[in-house]
Ligand binder design. Structure first.
Ligand SMILES: C[S@@+](CC[C@H](N)C(=O)[O-])C[C@H]1O[C@@H](n2cnc3c(N)ncnc32)[C@H](O)[C@@H]1O
Length: 294
């Protein structure tokens, strides 16, 4: 480990600026929250998507993970749920989670190191250190202009040649949109763009990977999954929509809702339409293998 980390800002659980004081964190924004509702949502969504995708990753690394000795990095690790889950399933590897907010669990397995780190300042690791890097749900955490240089190029730097980078993101919309849901997401996209975010950044992901110079087109595998939302898809999908509700609420607060409607009745309408039109969440996974010789 000593050879991997170049500068450390380690999480100190006794530091009063940590979780107890977390609302004062300077990085708090609409999408980088560490309130209890966000933490709960991230944890539930982790289990929901693991079940839907039938696993925590798509990269062809299962046997290597079982054999152990791999260096794994989770970037923007949030509550650390993915990292902890992986370290339980495949305990013979070393896991790192980097996150700008101090929201890691207090109790953690010994084979995990959580570091406070702003990815925009670069990762505190030597080049070619990791066998596998995981990044999930960061499309609304970072503005589009930093994705290429500060994020993807930096991940490519710390990934070893032949190692895998996996990115999972969901579209900021659903499939089979009814008229109100269509209007809702149109307004959400408009608002996000006015705040400087790109709500369809997923479409650029392959381009970012190739432009980094570290991945060949044929070594990038893109998989899309349509995940049913609502009662029509069974118990799990019903739970999925309930969890998604808190995100819909954040979005609804961003936009001007139609006159004569309060936010709860408006969200009920959106929820009902998602269910009636049998809408799906559109989930993407990109697995890219780094070139052996660059
Ligand atoms: C939507 S959450 C996803 C968390 C986790 N990846 C998951 O799948 O549950 C995005 C996370 O990225 C973190 N983040 C945002 N900007 C960051 C930055 N510049 N450096 C490191 N982490 C950042 C946020 O604090 C947040 O925990």
């Amino acid at each position: 480990m000593g050879n991997t980390i170049t500068k450390i800002k380690k999480y100190n659980r006794n530091n009063r600026n940590n979780r107890n004081n977390r609302n004062k964190n300077q990085h708090k924004s609409l999408f980088n929250n560490n309130d209890d509702e966000t933490i709960d949502r991230l944890q539930i969504l982790h289990h929901f998507y693991r079940d839907q995708w039938k696993g925590n990753f798509n990269a062809p690394i299962k046997e290597m993970l079982k054999n152990g000795g791999l260096m794994i990095l989770d970037v923007g690790s949030g509550t650390g749920t993915w990292t902890c889950d992986m370290s339980t399933d495949f305990p013979l590897n070393l896991y790192f989670g980097v996150e700008i907010l101090p929201i890691f669990p207090h109790e953690k397995p010994r084979n995990i190191v959580f570091l406070i780190n702003d990815i925009l300042e670069g990762l505190p690791f030597r080049s070619n250190s990791f066998d596998y890097i995981h990044l999930r749900f960061m499309s609304l955490s970072l503005k589009p202009d930093v994705w290429q240089d500060k994020l993807i190029n930096e991940l490519a730097r710390v990934l070893r040649p032949g190692g895998y980078l996996e990115i999972m993101e969901n579209e900021i919309t659903v499939s089979n949109r009814g008229p109100n849901v269509q209007e809702f997401f149109d307004r959400v996209h408009e608002e996000l763009r006015s705040e400087g975010y790109n709500p369809t950044i997923i479409k650029l992901m392959k381009e970012f990977l190739i432009n980094s110079g570290s991945f060949k087109n044929e070594d990038i595998k893109h998989t899309v999954m349509y995940v049913p939302m609502g009662e029509w898809g069974g118990k799990l999908s019903e739970m999925g929509l309930k969890t998604y509700y808190s995100l819909l609420k954040i979005f609804a607060n961003m936009i001007k809702i139609p006159k004569k409607q309060n936010i709860d009745s408006y969200l009920d309408l959106i929820n009902e339409e998602i269910n009636n039109y049998k809408s799906c969440m559109i989930s993407h996974r990109f697995v890219a293998r780094k070139k052996k010789i660059i």
